[in-house]
Design a protein around this ligand. Sequence first.
Ligand code: GP9
Ligand code: MN
Length: 420
Amino acid sequence: DGDDITEIENYVKANFNTRNQEYFGKAKGMNVIYVSLESFQTFMIDYKLNGQEVTPFLNRLVHDKNTFYFDNFFHQTGQGKTSDAEFMMENALFPLPQGAVFMTKAQNTYQALPAILKGQGYTSASFHGNYKSFWNREQMYKSLGYENFFDGEFYTMSDENTINYGMKDKPFFAESMPLLEGLQEPFYAKFISLSNHFPFPLDEEDVTFPAGDFGDTAVNQYFQTAHYMDEALQQFFEDLKAKGLYDRTVIVLYGDHYGISENHHKAMAKVLGTEITPFENAQLQRTPLYIHVPGTEGKIVHTYGGQVDIRPTVLHLLGIETNEYITFGSDLLAVDREQTVPFRNGDFVTKDFTFIKGVCYVNETGVEIDNRSCDSINEVVKTMLDLSDKVVYGDLLRFYHPSGFTPVDRTTLDYSKIDV
Ligand code: GP9
Ligand code: MN
């Protein structure tokens, strides 16, 4: 009830209330684009297959002068996969320990990014080349406050344009451009890519990169679909430049979750030239995060963080205060932040330690040490996950009223395509 949310409010304000004043408001009033990079893991950055870079565009972007790149960034998804990542980005809450929050808690009250930005004059839209019932997005997006949802109905879902889960990334981004241009600025737009999805199939005409040779079809093909996605993104960036949007848009690219599961460790050992121990597997949960901010000098940031930390980071760049909102994460550009990254199963990584299935490892060496080194952080992680779960299971944001925030009215939102 109301008492519980007050306790939680006090906890998050005491623990996550930090920022970097130097960057606060640097992107004030700019458009915001998020791109979900399907199944894209950090080990792919700068990886060379037979001497050839797999993702040359994304490799270069790491060093772009207006881009912050985070090399110790981790996904924190559970069974809800892509949708769990979306949930964290927009709510700064953890997804659920079981099932997908998009499926089971879509009718909750949220104070999510699209609704927060609406209060600052932003239009919001999600773009995805699959149909709106997938992951129950149609219902959940209404609760998150999305004004537009361009799903498969808005795309040419022909045989040539689709494979696996839906639109191929190249036609997806190409067909998205006119829809994006039709939005009133400033906009908040989210693009959910699909081509780099397990088991990573490509039509022959889309193959522009050799397959790997690691004795595992999915792993071998992962290089090809990642390369295809890289080319699609490059085209998307060029289109944004051509339309004049690039210089007034913050672009956030993030890997949604791992692509190569533990079932493929034999091949992954060959890919990386090292045995995939539980410690290594935890390190492999890194996914890339890029934040491009026009006019601001970027850098490679080594802070340890996860998807739950993105919302305060982006809001602060936009010059929007986050104290008012229940936020289980902290600004990745702040220098005094706690660098604790809970995984959804209660394991965690910090800048010093990795804690997996009850075993504590030192990051620097990967060697096990006395569990007591991880004990106090373990308690913090349990508390974070537990309090966040209380918010979601108890629908506690019903009782919370951030000042200046207009609650979402689901009944005003409708995503059906109206043919004219
Ligand atoms: C489908 C897309 C892929 O709409 O989000 O889902 P995933 O299996 O990665 O969660
Ligand atoms: Mn996904």
